[in-house]
Design a binder for this molecule. Structure first.
Ligand SMILES: O=P(O)(O)OC[C@H]1O[C@H](OP(=O)(O)OP(=O)(O)O)[C@H](O)[C@@H]1O
Ligand code: HPA
Length: 187
């Protein structure tokens, strides 16, 4: 069982996580990101492309704060087993070509960590001929990044510790937590 109390530690499977970003911190920053998107894409009807599963919570809040009259589509890739990436990306659900071609695409990620997911996915998205791509990620771990990625908007630059909550999981658990927690044993 996971506790949702932002002041308490959380146990998920075999690992313990400690509070890192409160729901209030996240809410405030997501609101700012939404406003920034609104300014950047004023007058456009973008396609919000949500990277499942991790970005679904962030995307729901970001899209509402951006107040743009766009359409929503979903992509699903996976790479992580436990707290480690294999470096190999599997595509489970591809974007709808008609929602990408000629459109301003807002690609919504929960985290850029090694960069492997975006390195693999961005060329596939570009091949569908979008008018523009704006990559927004809630979290970025520059110290963990192995390959370069052009990110347009970042919510929080964070240290290289494994995190869960607000959509992010550890082996499937923790996505429902309203706050973000870091792996306790990383300290
Ligand atoms: O920069 P990277 O090291 O590639 O890591 C980032 C990716 O890893 C996570 O997805 P994951 O593959 O775990 O799937 P999930 O979103 O379904 O949890 C996360 O949601 C990002 O998409
Ligand atoms: O720190 C992380 N937590 C959860 N999922 C992730 N996918 C990449 N990095 C992470």
């Amino acid at each position: 069982m996971a506790s949702a109390d932002p002041l308490k530690r959380v146990q998920l499977h075999d690992k313990e996580f400690v509070p890192f970003l409160t729901h209030e911190d996240i809410h405030e920053r997501v609101k700012q990101l939404g406003q920034e998107l609104h300014h950047r894409l004023a007058g456009s009807q973008p396609t919000y492309l949500v990277m499942l599963k991790g970005a679904f919570v962030f995307a729901a809040d970001l899209i509402r704060h951006s107040r743009l009259n766009g359409e929503v589509d979903f992509v699903r890739t996976s790479s992580y087993h436990g707290t480690e990436t294999e470096g190999k990306i599997r595509m489970h659900l591809a974007p709808s070509p008609e929602l990408v071609a000629g459109r301003d695409v807002v690609l919504i990620e929960d985290i850029v960590d090694s960069g492997y997911t975006m390195q693999a996915f961005l060329p596939e998205l570009e091949a569908l001929n979008p008018k523009s791509i704006t990559l927004v990620t809630l979290l970025h771990k520059p110290e963990s990044q192995v390959v370069p990625v052009n990110i347009d908007l970042v919510g929080f630059v964070i240290p290289p510790h494994f995190v869960v909550g607000y959509g992010l999981d550890y082996n499937g658990l923790g996505r429902q937590l309203p706050a973000i927690y870091q792996l306790a044993q990383d300290f």
